[in-house]
Design a protein around this ligand. Structure first.
Ligand SMILES: [Zn+2]
Length: 437
């Protein structure tokens, strides 16, 4: 996934966690203490980067369907009244296992329900135990009719909690942090927006936000703030910027795409979630043409309903083709870039991962293409986007640690994680049944 758009038969060498060689042919020599992984029949590619999700939501797969964004969000937010730290741990860990088993090496968890500070700590603990490279975006809500009181926070109080998270996880493995307003303007005040930018800069962290996901959000910004769009609204608070990632960005104007480009903001495109909730089609082609960095996300399983980024790549490609009624409007290589280096750039990790290049950390996957649904291979880039399945992923390496080998997780007990998640789901559903929405 480098500028050369290369695919070739060869090898990669990793020393002390860093890629030290990428070349065609066979390695000239192999030292006695070097481990080799035979990748015959496989594509070695950068691990996929899921730039926007809510991992705990695997517990809420297919619970609330056939709803538009606002009534659906009312239930997702309302659920905070009964969610416990144990639910977050069990759900997040299952979400991580699903991610690993589908070739994801980095996830960005956009956290927005914090009825109790332990929910964030347990989510982070699950991500750390999973072995994934992770970004924890701890966002804030301080207003909103459909937001339960238990998740509304005063900015100062939320910032103290985020500082505690940052202090506890200094130098904690491949884990970084962001903050952000959750869904401006429907659950954030202008005061919060101003303070979020100040807080992010003071702590050198990025900003993640849900932006212009549905028409109803744009209607709210027009009605309540007299602005034409959410990006335009956010600009007055300095929220767009090089370290900002805006999930969805479905209803953004051409001028707003210009703001994204000028400010160096990134977008996480989440096509499956957008289709599931009937949000609309994000102007991805125009963003790419204007030079905006676009990443890919699954979004949470409550609106996807999976964490499979191969699914998402195929959906991203086909959705633009049908929307523009133009089969050539987006190329497979552009989609692959969104799922790899685009995600890395969006999350400030492009010096570490997103391509297979000398000097980067080893975040690598092996995808088996010696299968009936891949052969014969005529265009590897197209076939990874349009033919590959999560179950083709054989081996997953994160920060040079093998977390899955021959489809076996190396340090997680997936049977126990599944049993724990099922128990957490039963408990949560029982508690949800007592809620009125
Ligand atoms: Zn989301």
């Amino acid at each position: 996934m480098t500028a050369e758009r290369d695919s070739f038969s060869g090898y990669a060498r990793v020393r002390a966690g860093t890629i030290t060689a990428v070349a065609a042919g066979a390695p000239p020599e192999i030292a006695e203490d070097e481990e080799t992984i035979d990748a015959s029949g496989c594509v070695l590619m950068p691990g996929l980067i899921n730039a926007h999700t809510h991992l705990y939501q695997v517990l809420l797969r297919a619970v609330w369907e056939d709803l538009e964004l606002m009534p659906w969000l009312k239930r997702i937010y309302g659920c905070a009244r009964v969610l416990t730290p144990e639910h977050f741990y069990a759900g997040t860990l299952l979400g991580c296992v699903e991610a690993i088993r589908s070739g994801v090496t980095t996830v960005c968890e956009h956290n927005f329900l914090n009825p109790n500070p332990e929910c964030a700590f347990e989510t982070i603990r699950a991500m750390q135990n999973s072995g994934l490279r992770a970004v924890f975006a701890r966002t804030i809500m301080d207003t909103g009719e459909i937001v339960p009181d238990c998740t509304k926070e005063k900015p100062e109080q939320a910032f103290r909690l985020i500082e505690a998270i940052l202090a506890k996880h200094k130098n904690a493995g491949p884990l970084t942090f962001m903050t952000g307003p959750n869904t401006p303007p429907i659950n954030t005040t202008p005061d919060l927006l101003r303070e979020v930018r100040r807080f992010a800069d003071a702590n050198s962290i990025g900003i993640s936000a849900h932006v212009a996901e549905s028409k109803s959000v744009v209607d709210a910004v027009r009605r309540e703030h007299g602005r034409n769009g959410v990006v335009e609204f956010l600009q007055q608070f300095g929220i767009p910027g090089k370290n900002s990632i805006f999930a969805h960005s479905v209803h953004v104007s051409s001028d707003e795409i210009g703001i994204l480009k000028e400010t160096g903001s990134s977008v996480s495109h989440n096509p499956v979630s957008n289709m599931m909730l009937g949000d609309g089609v994000a102007p991805v082609v125009e963003m790419l043409r204007q030079g905006v960095n676009v990443a890919l996300g699954t979004d949470g399983a409550a609106s996807n309903h999976s964490q499979d980024l191969f699914d998402t790549m195929k959906a991203a490609s086909l959705l633009q083709k049908v929307h523009h009624q133009d089969a050539g409007v987006i190329k497979p290589y552009e989609v692959l870039k969104m799922a790899t280096i685009g995600g890395a750039k969006a999350l400030g990790l492009d010096a570490l991962c997103g391509t297979i290049e000398v000097g980067k950390r080893a975040d690598l996957i092996l995808v088996n293409i010696d299968t009936v649904h891949h052969q014969p291979v005529n265009d590897i880039f197209s076939q990874i986007v349009h033919c590959a399945k999560a179950s083709d992923v054989e081996t997953v390496i994160v920060d040079a640690e093998i977390v899955m080998r021959d489809r076996q997780l190396t340090c997680l007990d997936d049977k126990k994680i599944l049993a724990d998640a099922k128990a957490a789901n039963r408990n949560l559903m029982e508690r949800v049944s007592g809620l009125a929405f």
